[in-house]
Design a protein around this ligand. Structure first.
Ligand SMILES: Cc1cc2nc3c(=O)[nH]c(=O)nc-3n(C[C@H](O)[C@H](O)[C@H](O)COP(=O)(O)OP(=O)(O)OC[C@H]3O[C@@H](n4cnc5c(N)ncnc54)[C@H](O)[C@@H]3O)c2cc1C
Length: 384
């Protein structure tokens, strides 16, 4: 990043921090418990330009590198993780468009995505498959200048409130290997797909997650991402590095929020005539929590720096995602314990961290798969 961009981000960081403290934090509990979409906050994020955070400046975005993006995601997640959901899958869709789209697709979609006029996310998962994406059944059959799309996607974040999706489809159901028959289509809600939901969730409330049904939806062939069939699986995989850095950054934010809450409470709550922070049992928890935050943040920054330097970073991003999301889950649990009954109370933010954190271990590749990805990378590097 240039020095000018550094200065710009320093100013923006202060504005973002002020907004989070003044206009978000006081309202999170009420909105979250009501599972209400945060319309005004989303509009404010749009005013900050965050829908174009990582979109290149030539297309009207802010052009922030992954390292700045990770910092933004961490800051917002520390206050309310759901708000990052409104941005993240949208920016993944934009990232795929910028990286793999034809020049015409970039021109047609990216400025509107950067402005937040086109908003949405990625539609990969189906009722019968999430990890095994090559098993998808949504089909796009070519007829002359159009594709006719039929199938169902589920767990699609921003599918209801948004108006645009990058949809993984099969353009050849007989291809071998299976991924050679997969493609990605840029689809707009006014093409005619239907959504139902929102789906009920343990946490990650406020942001909409829906089912999307394509019932013979017709889209022009120029919506095929990159203009060549058979590349959809690689394109989806190509977005994973940035996707994992962003989930890792969410993990750092939640882990740090849980740690800060526990630290503060340890100085306030007294038992046996002293603050609980003076009991060794609590001190051990605080030390472990702080170490988890620091190690997660370091791994996330390393992965973002590798990404920004243009290096392949699936190992680094996978490690950051695994460590930071497990840190979020462990810190949320420990913060709840440190707070005793007050951690279990809906009057407190801590119970939300406890409900939000598990999602991080599922999205962008489950942590089981993450371990396999990491091990395969290690073995491949060892063999080189
Ligand atoms: C709140 C929420 C929002 C989401 N948003 C989106 C979205 O916007 N877009 C989208 O496309 N998807 C979205 N998802 C879906 C998410 O990406 C999937 O849930 C995830 O990929 C896991 O798929 P699955 O749930 O089908 O689990 P499965 O693939 O059925 O896995 C079940 C279990 O088996 C394990 N497993 C599976 N295969 C293997 C293997 N080969 N080796 C070892 N273990 C294995 C998994 O780790 C897991 O523990 C969202 C999910 C949630 C909960």
């Amino acid at each position: 990043m240039t020095a000018v961009a550094d200065v710009e981000w320093a100013t923006e960081r202060d504005a973002l921090a002020r907004w989070l403290a003044r206009d978000v934090e006081p309202h999170v509990r009420e909105l979250e418990h009501a599972d209400r979409y945060p319309v005004e906050m989303v509009e404010q994020m749009r005013a900050f330009g965050l829908f174009g955070a990582t979109i290149p400046q030539e297309f009207g975005g802010l052009g922030y590198p992954a390292s700045v993006y990770a910092e933004i995601v961490e800051m917002i997640s520390e206050v309310w993780m759901s708000l990052t959901g409104v941005l993240n899958s949208h920016l993944m869709m934009a990232h795929l468009t910028a990286r793999f789209g034809t020049p015409e697709q970039q021109k047609a979609f990216l400025p509107a995505m950067a402005a937040g006029d086109l908003r949405g996310g990625l539609a990969l998962t189906e009722p019968d498959c999430g990890t095994d994406l090559q098993a998808i059944r949504t089909v796009a059959r070519r007829e002359g200048d159009v594709y006719r799309v039929t199938g169902t996607k589920t767990w699609i974040t921003n599918g209801g409130r948004g108006n645009c999706l990058a949809v993984l489809v099969k353009t050849d159901t007989n291809a071998s290997p299976r991924h050679a028959g997969m493609s990605m289509l840029l689809m707009r809600k006014d093409d005619g797909y239907a959504t139902s939901g929102p789906l009920g969730k343990l946490g990650y409330k406020g942001v909409d997650t829906v089912e999307v049904v394509f019932d013979d939806v017709v889209v022009p062939v120029d919506r095929l991402l990159g203009g060549t069939e058979g590349l959809g699986f690689q394109q989806a995989q190509g977005g994973l590095e940035l996707g994992r850095i962003n989930v890792a950054a969410r993990g750092v934010g939640v882990a740090n929020a849980a740690f800060r809450a526990a630290l503060t409470y340890s100085t306030q709550r007294h038992t046996m005539g002293k603050p609980i922070g003076e009991h060794q049992a609590i001190q051990l928890k605080l030390a472990d929590m702080a170490c988890r935050v620091a190690s997660s943040r370091a791994l996330t920054r390393d992965a973002a720096a590798a990404f920004d330097a243009g290096r392949r970073c699936d190992l680094e991003a996978g490690m950051a995602k695994l460590v930071a999301t497990e840190a979020a889950l462990e810190n949320a649990t420990e913060a709840l314990r440190v707070h005793g009954a007050y951690g279990y109370s809906t009057e407190n933010h801590v119970e939300r961290y406890y409900r939000d954190a598990p999602l991080l271990c599922i999205g962008e590749g489950t942590n089981e798969i993450q371990r396999i990805v990491i091990a395969r990378q290690l073995l491949a590097r060892e063999r080189q």
